[in-house]
Design a protein around this ligand. Sequence first.
Ligand SMILES: [Zn+2]
Ligand SMILES: [Zn+2]
Length: 225
Amino acid sequence: MENPEYAAKERKKAREAARNSDPERRREIQRAYHARHADDPAYRERLRRKWNRKHWKKHPERLVTYRRRVEAQAACHRICTSCRASFPATSEFFGSAKRTADKLAAECKKCARNVKKVWWDQLSQEERRVRNSKQRAARATAPGIFTGHDIKALFVRQNACCLYCGIKIGRNYARWHVDHFMPLSRGGSNFPENLVVACEPCNRAKYNKMPWEWLPDQFSPPSSQ
Ligand SMILES: [Zn+2]
Ligand SMILES: [Zn+2]
C-alpha cells in the first residue's frame, strides 16, 4: 500500500526538479514571488543582505577599501580615489568640487595636478599653441598696461613679500610671479591697481579664483565692505 505522505513528498520533489531544470520557468516563479513580496520590508532586508554577501564575496579586495574608507571618515580623513592615500579632509589636500557632500574633490591635489599635466602633455603641439595664444590674447585684450616701473613700485609697496603668504621674494629669495588680483578671465584688468607680486606656489594655487574665494579669511568681496 502506498503511503500518501510519501507520495506527496515525491510529487513535490518531482515538481521542484522540473522547475529547476527549466531556468525560464524558475525565473518566472522567482519574479512572481518578488512581485508578491516587493512591499515586505523583511523580504527586502533579506534580499539586501543576500546581495551584500554576494557582492563582498565577488570583490573581496573592495571590502578592504570600504573598511579603510569608513575608518578614514571616522578620523575626518578622505581617501584619494586615484592614489588611494588617506589625507585630512581639508582644502589643503583636496581641491573644491560642487557636487560632493563636503564640497571637496575626490582626488587629492597632487593627483589632480598630475591629471592636468598629463592632459596638457597629451595635447598636440598645435593644440597647445592655440591654447597658449588664447591666454596671451586674453592678457593683451584686457584693458590696461603695465611696465617694469610698476613692478618695482609693487615690490616697494609690498616690502618684497608675497601678498598672500608673506614669504620674501626676489632675486635671492622665493621665485615670484606678477599676479592679477582679479583674474583676467574674471574681468580683471592689466592696470597696475590690479597687479600684485606673489610667490609661485601662491600664484599657482590662486589660479583663476577671486582672492576672497581663495582666502576668505584674508579678503572680503567688495560688496560686503
Ligand atoms: Zn591622490
Ligand atoms: Zn605666497
